[in-house]
Design a protein around this ligand. Structure first.
Ligand SMILES: C[C@@](CO)(OP(=O)(O)O)[C@H](O)COP(=O)(O)OP(=O)(O)OC[C@H]1O[C@@H](n2ccc(N)nc2=O)[C@H](O)[C@@H]1O
Ligand SMILES: Nc1ncnc2c1ncn2[C@@H]1O[C@H](COP(=O)(O)OP(=O)(O)O)[C@@H](O)[C@H]1O
Length: 270
């Protein structure tokens, strides 16, 4: 059975407080975007995993899709499986690729082996794999609080916008990014801000990780500035970075020419 895990962008990200469990409470809007991996699973006589595409530079046994399989195997009688994961979503980018692969694995195993796991239970399993993971169970635009798992779906649509995502060759560790951030409340709630037209978002919708990431990696700030110079209606770093996205009113196919050759540039009509 094959499935195509998608990516997300964060439209605004506020880190409101540090929690006793070591995580942070956040407020963000998750929006699904069609940058995709491919995940193929078949029942087999022995467990195997094969990864192609972007090199994850780590033991495939630690991959989140394997963790998702092991999590369900603990509670259900699953046969061994043969997994093929093709990585296309940039890694360490703030696009949630690993979390999405893990959530897709839960959904796929539930369907393939007819496990009968309810959506609520899938959300609980997903949170054990990552804070971003529950969003990828339903993949609907959502205002998120808590660790990112308290999801409230919102009627936000960016249909008609042209999305550009630029990922420089900078890998950002989410855990390291949280260590540097100074928590605080925002003046106006993000949930209220996203109801404004996109043309009013610039300067109002912010990502709390930008100041520290921009200070350490000025090239990430430059991407945002370039996207605005090229006419973006809104541009922001996604999650803990290092990918930056821009929303444009018109097609921007030649945009790659404005960035160095080793930057990955994706464009997609939403
Ligand atoms: C920052 C965000 C914004 O959407 O996304 P990314 O930039 O990773 O895509 C998320 O909060 C990332 O979620 P996720 O990538 O699933 O993180 P996890 O695996 O749960 O946690 C990795 C580490 O980040 C820190 N962490 C994560 C989430 C959170 N609400 N508070 C935290 O302090 C913890 O130190 C944790 O050990
Ligand atoms: N299937 C996977 N895809 C991507 N990264 C994975 C996967 N499984 C485990 N990882 C690990 O998770 C880390 C963060 O992955 P990713 O979700 O892409 O980050 P981010 O959301 O911060 O861009 C990677 O550096 C890698 O070590």
């Amino acid at each position: 059975m094959i499935t195509y895990p998608i990516a997300k962008i964060n439209i605004g990200l506020q880190v409101t407080s540090k929690r006793p469990d070591g995580f942070h409470n956040i407020e963000t809007v998750f929006y699904p975007v069609p940058i995709q991996d491919a995940l193929d699973v078949v029942a087999s006589t022995s467990f195997q995993i094969n990864i192609s595409g972007i090199d994850l530079k780590e033991d495939s046994g630690n991959n989140l899709v394997v963790k998702a399989y092991e999590l369900l195997k603990h509670d259900f009688e699953l046969p061994p499986v043969k997994i093929h994961l093709h990585k296309n979503i940039p890694v360490g980018a703030g696009l949630g690729g690993g979390s999405s692969d893990a959530a897709s694995m839960l959904l796929l195993l539930n369907d393939y082996f007819e496990l009968g796991i309810s959506e609520d239970q899938l959300l609980t399993y997903a949170l054990q794999l990552g804070s971003d993971c529950p969003f990828f169970i339903r993949q609907q635009p959502a205002f998120a609080r808590g660790r990112g798992e308290l999801l409230e779906e919102i009627p936000l649509s960016l249909k008609g916008y042209h999305l550009v995502v630029v990922k420089p060759p900078v890998h950002i560790s989410t855990a390291e990014a949280y260590k540097d951030v100074v928590p605080g409340e925002s003046r106006i709630s993000l949930k209220a801000l996203v109801r404004f037209p996109v043309s009013k978002w610039q300067g109002n919708i912010q990502n709390k990780f930008e100041p520290t990431v921009f200070a350490l990696h000025p090239e990430v700030r430059e991407i945002k500035q370039t996207l605005y110079k090229l006419g973006a209606a809104f541009a922001l770093m996604s999650g803990s970075g290092s990918a930056v996205y821009g929303l444009f009113r018109s097609e921007k196919k030649s945009i790659s020419a404005y960035f160095p050759a080793d930057y990955q540039v994706f464009f997609q009509k939403l």
